[in-house]
Design a protein around this ligand. Sequence first.
Ligand SMILES: Cc1cc2nc3c(=O)[nH]c(=O)nc-3n(C[C@H](O)[C@H](O)[C@H](O)COP(=O)(O)O)c2cc1C
Length: 172
Amino acid sequence: MKNKIKPTKHEVFFPEDRILVSKTNTEGIITYCNDSFIEISGYRESELLGQPHKLVRHPDMPRVIFSLLWETLKSKREFNAYIKNMAKNGDYYWVFANITPSYSSNNEIQGYYSVRRKPEPDKLNYIQNLYLELFEIEQQSTAKNAIAESRYKLDSVLNGREMGYDEFVLSI
Ligand SMILES: Cc1cc2nc3c(=O)[nH]c(=O)nc-3n(C[C@H](O)[C@H](O)[C@H](O)COP(=O)(O)O)c2cc1C
């Protein structure tokens, strides 16, 4: 499914005390969203449920972040990331997301649960510059190499700080 919505340059915000919650199945298909998530997305609940979570993907996001997201979740670890999302009308909103696997009684992943908070603006400055760099690397690479090349850049930033990705995100 390709998202044909044209992104605008208009940012929308949500209050600090709001938490945007969504749940997906193992394939990333939305199975639940709370009212705050629905409201800022601009979609109706019926337009969200049953759709892939990439419905709210913003085209400015570097692909490497989602590659890391799935790699982390599938290895049964939680994932934290700053994510730029796109509303139904093309406006954008930044979130700080925590995504965790949920398990069946025999300890198999049965879906994912995600909680998003409003990011602190000064932290976003750093992330926006980093994501722009990663995005540009991906644009300049062939589709096949894009993620590997931006991952190389991200790893060099992490190595420079002597941190793993998780520690890095939480330290910004
Ligand atoms: C629980 C959960 C929450 C997610 N939340 C978002 C989100 O807020 N924004 C987003 O762009 N992708 C989110 N994703 C990742 C999408 O499933 C998807 O991988 C991403 O939008 C990139 O699309 P692509 O994998 O087709 O390139 C989430 C995935 C899961 C499992």
